[in-house]
Structure formats: C-alpha cells, structure tokens
Ligand binder design. Structure first.
Ligand code: MG
Ligand code: ZN
Length: 206
C-alpha cells in the first residue's frame, strides 16, 4: 500500500471536482523548518528541503499561506514571546511572507482549544484569511496535524519525517514524500484524483 521513500503514495482519494483550495496551512516544526525543540534562537532556523519553492508556488497560484504551530515552550518558560517573534521573523526572512501565524502557547495540560489536535488554530487561520476551513489544506508531519485539520473540516496532507509514526502514516488521508509533492497535489492534483484540481493549475494571483 505504501511506497518507498521518494515516490508518492497511492492512497485512495475520492475525486471532488468542487474542491478548490484557497489557503494552505503549514505546521512549523518538522514541516516548514527543521524541528529544533523549544527553539528560541533565530540563528537555528533552517528550512525543510524545498520549503521556499513550495511556498512561492502557492503564492504565485494565488493561495494564502498560514502557519499553525504548537509552542508549549512558552507556557513552560523555555521560550519568551519576544524570542518566538524573532524566530518567526527569521522564518519569514528565509521563506517569505506568511499571511497568518496561529501559535498555541499553552501547556498540554491547559485544556485549551487551540493546541493541535484541537481545531482552534485552523478555525483561527481560516477566519483571519477570510476563507472557510473546508477551503484549507493543512500540511503537517504528525497525526495531530491531520487530526486538527479533520476536526475543522479542512483537508490534510501528511509529509512524514523520522518522528512520524507508522500508524499516523496509515491513518492519513493523503501522504506525500516531501513539500514539493504535497504542493503538486494541492495545485494540480495527483493522477489518481481524476484531475479533480485541474482548474486550480491555471489560477492566477488574486
Ligand atoms: Mg511538526
Ligand atoms: Zn492553546
């Protein structure tokens, strides 16, 4: 069922000609940038392979871009809000402008509604961008990213990393080997989607 590293996974995906994504929401750590646990140092920000090009392709296609990120290091006292801000400014220096940042700064025990797998940040990002959650695709590297998208009614694409569990890969509605392939799927659709997204290919900037 699952392919080897470097090729797309052919999980069944129902064709949905009416689906036209307007925004792509990214998990931060392990998806847009390398995961440096509780990173408070802008100098340690390192984009994941192909991240800049993936984002630029979405921008050119007229899609909005958001980040939805759990940062419990703030609640734990390991990262200040100022440091978090500096890290995010560095992310934008390297990857270009992000239209909306949604960050959960709570502790897992706080019971907030924003920490993934809760859907709060997906709702928040969609609202800030003026789109419906159903018009969003969330790209992430673990099961809680997929769960947050699903709980909000958004699509999800899993781009696994070494921390991704086999069960999370098995449960994901869509799995792609890297950001380039994930964006291919979002913009033009995979062959097995029966060309459902073909019209998006020609979408210009809004
Ligand atoms: Mg992650
Ligand atoms: Zn929260």
């Amino acid at each position: 069922m699952f392919g080897v590293l470097g090729r797309s996974y052919a999980l069944p995906m129902p064709a949905d000609p009416s689906f036209r994504p307007r925004a792509v929401l990214f998990d931060r750590d392990g998806t847009l940038v390398r995961d440096v646990p509780y990173n408070a140092d802008p100098e340690l920000v390192e984009p994941m392979p192909g991240a800049r090009r993936a984002l630029d392709r979405l921008r050119v296609a007229g899609l909005r871009i958001g980040v939805v990120s759990n940062q419990s290091g703030v609640a734990r006292g390991l990262i200040s809000l100022d440091a978090l801000d500096r890290v995010h400014r560095r992310v934008e220096e390297l990857l270009g402008p992000i239209d909306v940042w949604q960050v959960c700064v709570h502790d897992p025990d706080d019971g907030c509604h924003c920490r993934k797998p809760a859907p709060g940040m997906v709702f928040g990002a969609a609202g800030a961008l003026g789109v419906r959650p159903a018009e969003c695709v969330l790209i992430g590297d673990i099961g809680s990213d997929v769960a947050a998208a699903r709980a909000a009614g958004a699509r999800a694409v899993l781009v696994p990393t070494p921390v991704t569990l086999p069960s999370e890969i098995a449960a994901a509605p869509r799995v792609e080997p890297d950001l380039a392939a994930a964006v291919d799927w979002i913009l033009v659709g995979a062959p097995q989607s029966n060309g459902a997204f073909a019209e998006v290919r020609c979408a210009g900037p809004r």
